[in-house]
Design a protein around this ligand. Sequence first.
Ligand code: HEM
Ligand SMILES: [Cu+2]
Length: 639
Amino acid sequence: MESSSVSVHRTVTSRPSAWRALRGYNVIWATALAIGGYALGHWLGSKIGANSVAQTSTDQDDVAILMGLGFATLGWIAGLGFLSYPLGRITGRPSTLREREEHGPWRYFSLCTDHKVVAIQYLVAVLFFFFVAGLNAMFIRGELTSDNATFIQAGNYLTLVGLHGTMMLMMMSAGVLGPLGNYLVPIMIGSRRMAFPRVESLTMWLTVLAGFVLLSAILLGGFPTGWTGYAPLADQARAGIDAYIVSFMLIGISLALVGVNMIATIITMRAPGMTWSRLPIFVWGMLTTSILAVLAAPVLAAALIMVIFDRAVETSFFVAATGGSPFLWDELFWFFGHPEVYILALPGFGIVLEILPVFARKPLWGYRLAVAGMFGVALLSFMVWQHHLFVSGINANLRPFYMFSTELISIPTGVIFLNGMGTLWRARIRFTVPMLFSLAFFFNFLIGGLSGVFLSDVSSDVTTHGSYFVMAHFHYTIMGGLVFALMGGIYYWLPKVTGFKLNEKLGKVHFWTMFVFFNLTFFPLFAAGMLGMPRRVSSYNADLHTLNVFVSIAAFCLGASMLIFLGNLVWSVVFKRERAEANPWQSLSLEWQLPSPVPVHNFDRIPTINSDPYGYGFPDAPAVADFGPRVLAGEAGAT
Ligand code: HEM
Ligand SMILES: [Cu+2]
């Protein structure tokens, strides 16, 4: 299972001096080379594109900007040192893991092959961009306190909505896979690392770059398409859309690689005795999400390359005037876009089903059904994408099929719901912060799911499509579902990751404010949608003014609840630093049998797995794993 190059007793080399660290590959070099790369690419592009029709017929340099962003990406990757390993192998140097970097603070600013460091980098990056996108949401709600455009012009409003939505979706696509998946999957399956540690680091650094590239759209004049990049808007848009295209492409590539890495790890790196039927449900969630990512994300990347060609070299995939079709974009985009919705939902299921048994002190009810439910969702998610096109002029005879297939998805999701309810049935529940978030997940996701039925039904979709009803629906699933689950996961696993307790009282204040104001923000928006309030415009019927002011106030309070979360993180991890026990929740799962924080090599010896980690309530259940003669912490596997 494990390559012998990862030795059991690592020698701790002395920390590199700050000067040595500065000279090595790191984010400072990456930034410098990215800026240099942009300048070089832009210069080359303006030479190449100087005589092209695309260039001479408009006032902007798409070739130059796209080449600039391309070269910036290369510079970023080179500056972080991702090229030195493959180049080294080509010139015959032996393969190594870069253990030198696994010490000292600099490892957080460079290519590091420790999966736990990459996970923490991911968490910080995702949270940072999540807050940026959240700030955009506050501006949107600020503008919507008036029924006419006030402090944001109509064009800028579109850019703001696009930045908010695209950033949220880009970051949340690997928002669980990246931080929690990379951290927990190797530990949960009894491995010392991910299958491809360098690829793992690459995916994280591509995500960071993508976030900044998307923000550069502001400097390039914004983009008018929202997160869906529809043709022909995207073809006609000004240069800001180039930033959208490149950043979303980086995310597509990164997401596909995360998926490949995750699948390879779960299939090939499991410890002895970790049979498929003992795999923690969270790992199943990561596996099914990864399958979706591998199949869907390349379609997005490919479709975006086609847009690049349309804009830069005069092809006409999506340009009707020269023989292309804007509908082709709709099809390709939603062939990615609908599975993307489940890339956002499945990790949430994985988290809450993992947390529920621990605080219900009962085995996970219907483990096999839950796995089947996850695969059912994954499979069906590729058969429904045209429900986004019901009113776009698709062949009317196709509608019943897509309506039916969409409604079928409620069966596997319903199964997963039953798993949750069955686990809670007659349980003596401990209402800890992670448990509260998990319970809220079911409440919110239920509202999201039920409102989805109205959108999958063609006749009601005709009125609700493009309105705030859709807006409320998908915020209930993504924010009420995924983000609540992610918060639960953070409160649950952060003591393991950092070794420090999170303040429970502040956690509860965070939970209740977030839960109450989330619902006060988004529930009224179903009504706003029914009353005809359209998406993506800043002016609306004056009748809806009071409703919108109410929603905006709730949204500001929701934003403030995020500051409580941030405050808790900083207070608990930076200032208070109260040591967490190795297993504060008395969980049976493998990760909690290790010390907090987990040592670099995870396990002194690769454990042998004896059972699944859900044997709660059976006092004579066998230990979950055998850690060999040297037990790391606590009593391995005991309740
Ligand atoms: C404080 C929390 C949030 C608030 C107040 C909020 C508010 C909004 C509003 C008002 C819009 C629509 C603007 C319009 O169409 O005129 C919007 C769009 C959107 N939001 Fe949020 N949002 C929040 C959190 C999130 C989260 C957590 C996600 C996903 C992880 C998300 C994803 C999206 C997406 C994808 C769009 C669609 C953008 C588009 O139409 O292209 N939002 N949000
Ligand atoms: Cu869909």
